[in-house]
Ligand binder design. Structure first.
Ligand code: XMP
Length: 519
């Protein structure tokens, strides 16, 4: 799938690494347009006119086996600079006659120290005497391919960076795309601007008009329907399509009763009154509550909420005539990951919420205007569309909402309790200027009652769990180190103000091995 053929770009061949999309993101952060394609797609590609660089990603394949994922050798003779990362480096070495060995003893996972062997354009301003890089490999290049030189090494992998400057082919064993590699972005900067000599030409601001024109061309005089949740993606989709086709966009807001306190009302109001969108509200909280009664199994809850949402959405959308399109907030990472799982070999970690998420039976064509973009780009797009900062900077919120943040069975009282606690927590994070430093924060209600004492009385009430994490894309996460004074303040405030909660715990687990949500 190629989005912008006419643009100067860097192609990333995805061999199935979990972090391929971070490579694309880093390159776009540097102001260069990048696209991820599968080895099969690059095989078929004819026109390399605007391709200024090619990056070969990591992946689970091994060149030490008889069969391994590869690309046609002709790509190396196109005079387009090439950078191989991890598996990409091993593939280059293999194709040019080097030797690769698999070694359980010498494998490196996680932090490694990198040392310099010689100067290189690729590593300009990158090396320090002791440089930390992030590794994830069992195979390693043990003999240099012909006409290549070694640039850097670690204790366990002597050929960690290799180069053939004449052919402009480079390879690194470590992952410069992950933040654990110190200043990894410098490797991309050098590759793009010193080796590929590509100019900065990518910024999301310039995309708005093109996207609006494309929507007009696709939709013509037809109607589009869209499920609006108030999250960043659906909000940007709605505003964008509205700017293109005005009243022919119908937004449906299904109130599941499982949103944060006041959030549903706020979203409805802002889209209806401020942005003047054609929004229809569907009150369904009692239906959701009834169907969730006595259900405590997380997967069952998710299924009930998801299916019910689709059913209601389908039923309501049938009330509108001449609807031909269904708008969805699919993002580029969703496309990369869902394609990887069928095209390349990535092992799928989580299922995706947008791709194929909404009704299949509706006979509507999909319109996905954000499918070329990363979340941070969507936020910028939201800004250019005049979307309130309150929405563009919102933390991600899961589709099943508070339903998966009330561990165990769900009741009206528990929802109310959690909404209050969560509201206090999020407000305090904002007041303390911590909200924007955190990727996602929320309060959850645990199904545990413990004894407490308030005044002279004994209490026996619920436990509220607070979570705040830093992350880049939700695939991995670390807990945020909230200051002790903040924890003191928030604990007092929630216990004093929310009846039914007498204990607060702070979740300090990372992902993996935990997940961000509890269910
Ligand atoms: P986990 O719990 O898998 O969460 O570490 C990773 C990110 O995904 C969000 N999440 C969801 N988002 N529908 C969504 O739209 C869902 O069913 C869903 N489940 C988890 C979660 O909030 C976090 O940002």
């Amino acid at each position: 799938m190629q989005f912008q053929n006419s643009k100067e770009r860097v192609l990333i061949v995805d061999f199935g690494s979990q972090v391929t999309k971070l490579i694309a993101r880093r390159i776009r952060e540097l102001g260069v347009y990048s696209e991820v394609i599968t080895p099969k797609e690059i095989n078929k590609l004819q026109d390399y006119n605007k391709v200024k660089g090619i990056i070969l990603s990591g992946g689970p394949s091994s060149v030490t086996g008889k069969k391994f994922e590869s690309i046609p050798k002709k790509i190396f003779s196109l005079k387009i600079p090439i950078l191989g990362i991890c598996y990409g480096l091993q593939l280059i070495a293999k194709l040019f006659g080097g030797k690769i060995k698999s070694s359980k003893k010498k494998r490196e996972f996680g932090r490694a120290y990198l040392y310099k062997k010689k100067n290189s354009l690729l590593t300009k301003n990158f090396f320090k005497p002791k440089k930390i890089v992030w590794m994830s490999h069992e195979d390693a290049v043990v003999k240099l391919p012909k006409k290549f030189k070694s640039v850097g090494y670690t204790k366990n992998s002597k050929l960690t960076i290799i180069e053939n400057t004449k052919e402009k082919i480079y390879g690194v064993q470590f992952h410069p795309e992950v933040t654990h590699t110190e200043n990894g972005i410098q490797i991309f900067r050098n590759f793009l601007f010193s080796i590929c000599k590509i100019k900065k030409s990518w910024n999301i601001f310039s995309q708005k008009t093109r996207l609006i024109n494309n929507i007009r061309k696709t939709v013509k005089k037809n109607k589009v329907i869209c499920a609006l949740s108030g999250g960043v993606d659906s909000s940007v989709v709605a505003l964008l399509i509205h700017q293109a086709i005005k009243k022919n966009l119908i937004c449906l807001m299904v109130d599941t009763g499982l949103m944060r306190k006041n959030e549903f009302k706020y979203t409805y109001h802002i889209f209806k009154k401020k942005y003047k969108l054609n929004v229809k509200l569907i009150e369904a909280s009692n239906i959701f509550l009834n169907r969730l009664k006595n259900i405590s199994n997380p997967e069952k809850k998710r299924k009930i909420i998801g299916n019910l949402f689709i059913k209601i959405f389908e039923k309501e959308s049938k009330k509108f005539k001449n609807v031909k399109f269904l708008a969805q907030g699919t993002l580029y990472p969703d496309i990369i990951e869902s394609r990887s799982s069928s095209g390349s070999k990535t092992s799928k970690i989580k299922s995706h919420h947008n791709v194929g998420g909404l009704p299949k039976k509706m006979n509507l064509k999909l319109i996905e205007p954000l499918k070329e973009f990363f979340k941070d780009e969507v936020r910028v797009l939201g800004d250019t569309l005049g979307l309130s900062k309150n929405i563009t900077n919102r933390h991600p919120f899961p589709g099943p909402g508070l339903g998966i943040r009330i561990v165990g069975n769900i009741t009206k009282e528990k929802i109310k309790m959690l909404q209050e606690a969560d509201h206090i927590y999020i407000n305090e994070l904002k007041k303390s200027k911590l909200y924007n430093k955190i990727w996602q924060a929320y309060a959850a209600l645990l199904p545990i009652k413990t004894v407490g004492v308030m005044g002279d009385s004994r209490t026996y009430e619920y436990t509220c769990l607070l979570r705040a994490v830093t992350s880049e894309d939700g695939m991995t996460a670390d807990y945020y180190n909230l200051p002790k004074e903040f924890l003191d303040k928030i604990t007092n405030k929630i216990i004093n103000n929310v009846k039914g909660i007498n204990r607060i715990v702070y979740d300090i687990s990372s992902k993996p091995p935990s997940t961000i949500e509890l269910e």
